[in-house]
Design a protein around this ligand. Sequence first.
Ligand SMILES: *[C@@H]1O[C@H](CO)[C@@H](O)[C@H](O)[C@H]1NC(C)=O
Ligand SMILES: *[C@@H]1O[C@H](CO)[C@@H](O)[C@H](O)[C@H]1NC(C)=O
Ligand SMILES: *[C@@H]1O[C@H](CO)[C@@H](O)[C@H](O)[C@H]1NC(C)=O
Ligand SMILES: *[C@@H]1O[C@H](CO)[C@@H](O)[C@H](O)[C@H]1NC(C)=O
Length: 565
Amino acid sequence: MLLLYTLAAIVGWSQVIQCLPTASGIPYATIRNFVTTDILNGDDGMPPSPDAPLSYGKPVLHVDTDGNAIEEHNGRLFYYNDQYYMFAEKWACGRFSFFLGNVTGGYPRNQNFPPGDYGGQCGIVIYTSPDLTTWKFETLVQPQGVKGSPTKPKLLYSSATGKYVLWLKAGNELGFTGGLYYLTADSPTGPWSNATVATGDHLAHDFDIAQGEDGSHYIVTDAFRGNFDPESAGGSLPMWDVWVQKLLPDLTGVVGTNDTTVQVMDTVDSQGIGVATIGGKWYITGGPTCGNCEVPIQYLSASSPLGPWSNEAGVISPDLKQGTIIAGRGCGGQNKGLNKLPTANGGEVVISAIWGYRTSPISLAWAGMVQHGDNSQAISSTYWYPLEFDEGGRVKEYTCAAEVQLPLVEQRQRKVPVMPSYQPDCRVRDNTTFVQTGLDFGEGPIRIPVFQRTDDLGPYAQDGPVMDAALVMTVQYEDGTQSSVSFPASDVSWAPTIVEVPLETGQPVKSLSLSTTATNGCYGVLAEPKKMQGSKYAVVDADGEDEAADAQVYVHVDGSDWTPW
Ligand SMILES: *[C@@H]1O[C@H](CO)[C@@H](O)[C@H](O)[C@H]1NC(C)=O
Ligand SMILES: *[C@@H]1O[C@H](CO)[C@@H](O)[C@H](O)[C@H]1NC(C)=O
Ligand SMILES: *[C@@H]1O[C@H](CO)[C@@H](O)[C@H](O)[C@H]1NC(C)=O
Ligand SMILES: *[C@@H]1O[C@H](CO)[C@@H](O)[C@H](O)[C@H]1NC(C)=O
């Protein structure tokens, strides 16, 4: 909710108004979810499924203060100690997530690769920011004690113990409980303890947690019901039960008594749960079960976390089977939870985090819905939307806008720059070379984020866990000489991460090219709108040159990515 508050007369405020003219006078961050102009002319080497055609625009990637792509998969936002935190899943090690359901048509069954050195790192990544715009990488948490890759990080603070508590989900998709874990630490950036299974019933699958006015925390889960919908394709659609439960004061499990537990929905096709309380009301978001789809977002509301919960049609439990739709195709992804943050003048905002999975033409689609996107989502983006409400506290339909304004806490008496955004371009393949000419790289080294991506062969199969040949970066100098560096695939991350190319001759650089002899995927760069007139961004293959006239490759120069404050 964008609560609009009357401005308080405070010292320095006139300066803020001058820099940040919003209707409400509240400072804000401008976040780009999609590009309005595709500077790659529709060809980034990663065509989407025709059933998920990126109709809101090409997704953008953002970079952190080191120039590496921000991984915001299942990203969740928090505000503690006068700064913003983002916790998210890092997929940079070449993590894959194969489709769970049954597919007829002869794909080999779930293909897991042995642990290996596939490029980057995975785990839970933690970033901090003063303004939701400039994000600094803080640390990577690789919790001991969980099976598989941990997901859905939710940071809490227990005033009972004075500890930060990090909830995670790991594995156990179709368990009834036992799939949620917690870690504890004295600070949001750790060091974090080993993971312990959170105690109580119905603690499995998707979850979200909100803190009420009285300081108590409530968890909402959509745990497996134990049966599948026989009417669904392949009879493989799992049914869920949605529960709300009060957490123990130390936030390590649920209280578990009948007066602190409520079943909101029974045997439903509803998952991807989120919860938040704002303006005296409670909201749960969710949507139909869908393996990585552009899926509707629905909501329920209640005046208390323990209900009664209802949709806008007034249906309540136990008859409640679905919420009121607020985004017909989820703004191009699946909502992964709600993030409540403080704003200026004691206000609050709830932000939806929609994970837009990458898809390809061979992704599986049922009834026009891609049921599984790409096996790797390392370069996928999260789209951020602030919830808006009408006077009755009803959630308004999402705009799915390319660019949104997120209200900030009033802490910076200066302009917040628009977050620079980039398009990933994965077209470096055997016999296809990327060439950038006309950029001034100074004395070098050239610091450029690159990534790898092996090809999907289907929802259960991948063309190897790592590229089968190195990425070669070649610098041509004005005097005709050249130098090359070869990066083995095990040194190239799956999320755009800086590599350094030294300049050797002291000569001005004519061009930088990226090539490979790998045959099982692509290497990629980030593209940004052209700033250097006369430069040229192109890929070259046997058929000739394909120039993107409005693009240039993103090269990281310390401190230069941000509009000066
Ligand atoms: C955490 O787990 C690791 C691996 O299981 C174990 O070696 C270590 O002792 C544990 N640390 C603590 C503090 O329990
Ligand atoms: C997959 O199909 C098999 C055979 O039809 C069936 O026994 C199994 O329960 C199905 N699994 C799921 C998750 O639907
Ligand atoms: C809690 O609710 C369950 C299900 O309705 C019931 O079986 C049980 O007796 C209740 N427990 C208490 C202590 O009231
Ligand atoms: C690349 O070119 C070589 C030589 O012409 C050819 O043998 C090879 O099949 C080509 N590779 C691809 C992926 O087209």
